[in-house]
Design a protein. Structure first.
Lengths: 114, 114
């Protein structure tokens, strides 16, 4: 079973609307959680990094929240733009992890339509 | 800004051919990675290198080998390409920053094996 589950798998929204993407994980204990944005045909780019003690982190119109008790994170996108169309990947890093110990979700594919 | 570059964006090869994928990073990072990314499966680690000439197998090393002769360069080799190796290949490098490793991805190589 994947230790990082993302939902929904895909999402279509109208330009200007808000949306929320979910990430549930079982990795424990964990050190930090990251959200990446991956444009079609490109490599992932980091949006936010949160340690286990942080509840929220913003990057422009992107706001990530973390509930370490329920092991859930969400990425909220405000006033969506066409350029937000991409896959969003949640990554969880365990405590005392080596550089290669990353747990990847399978991503949410977001499409913003005019 | 960290730059991770990959030698090809798109590559088409025939079954049985030997394939080289090259990755170069310009930030003097010790750690470098090769992942493949398939729909519904997310990113899976093929090989990881933590120093020149050092390598470790990831989750799916079968059918692949790697070479790290210089710190900035990490090559992925498909000795005899097969159709099930058609995929998106992502290179990454990382360095310890603050309390965790920060990972940076290249733009990816879309490999098709016919």
């Amino acid at each position: 079973k994947n230790q990082v589950e993302q939902s929904p798998q895909s999402l279509i929204i109208l330009e200007g609307k808000n949306c929320t993407l979910q990430c549930n994980y079982t990795v424990s204990p964990f050190s930090n959680l990251r959200w990446y944005k991956q444009d079609t045909g490109r490599g992932p780019v980091s949006l936010t990094i949160m340690t286990f003690s942080e509840n929220t982190k913003s990057n422009g119109r992107y706001t990530a929240t973390l509930d370490a008790d329920t092991k859930q994170s969400s990425l909220h996108i405000t006033a969506s733009q066409l350029s937000d169309s991409a896959s969003y990947i949640c990554v969880v890093i365990p405590q005392r992890a080596g550089a290669n110990n990353l747990f990847f979700g399978t991503g949410t594919r977001l499409t913003v339509i005019p | 800004d960290v730059k991770v570059t990959q030698s090809s964006r798109y590559l088409v090869k025939r079954t049985g051919e030997k394939v080289f994928l090259e990755c170069v990073q310009d930030m003097d990072h010790e750690n470098m990675f090769w992942y493949r990314q398939d729909p519904g499966l997310g990113l899976r680690l093929i090989y990881f290198s933590y120093d020149v000439k050092m390598k470790e197998k990831g989750d799916i090393p079968e059918g692949y080998s790697v070479s790290r002769e210089k710190k900035e360069r990490f090559s992925l080799i498909l000795e005899s390409a097969s159709t099930n190796q058609t995929s998106m290949y992502l290179c990454a490098s990382s360095a310890y920053k603050g309390l965790t490793y920060e990972q940076y991805f290249g733009p990816g190589t879309r490999l098709t094996v016919t």
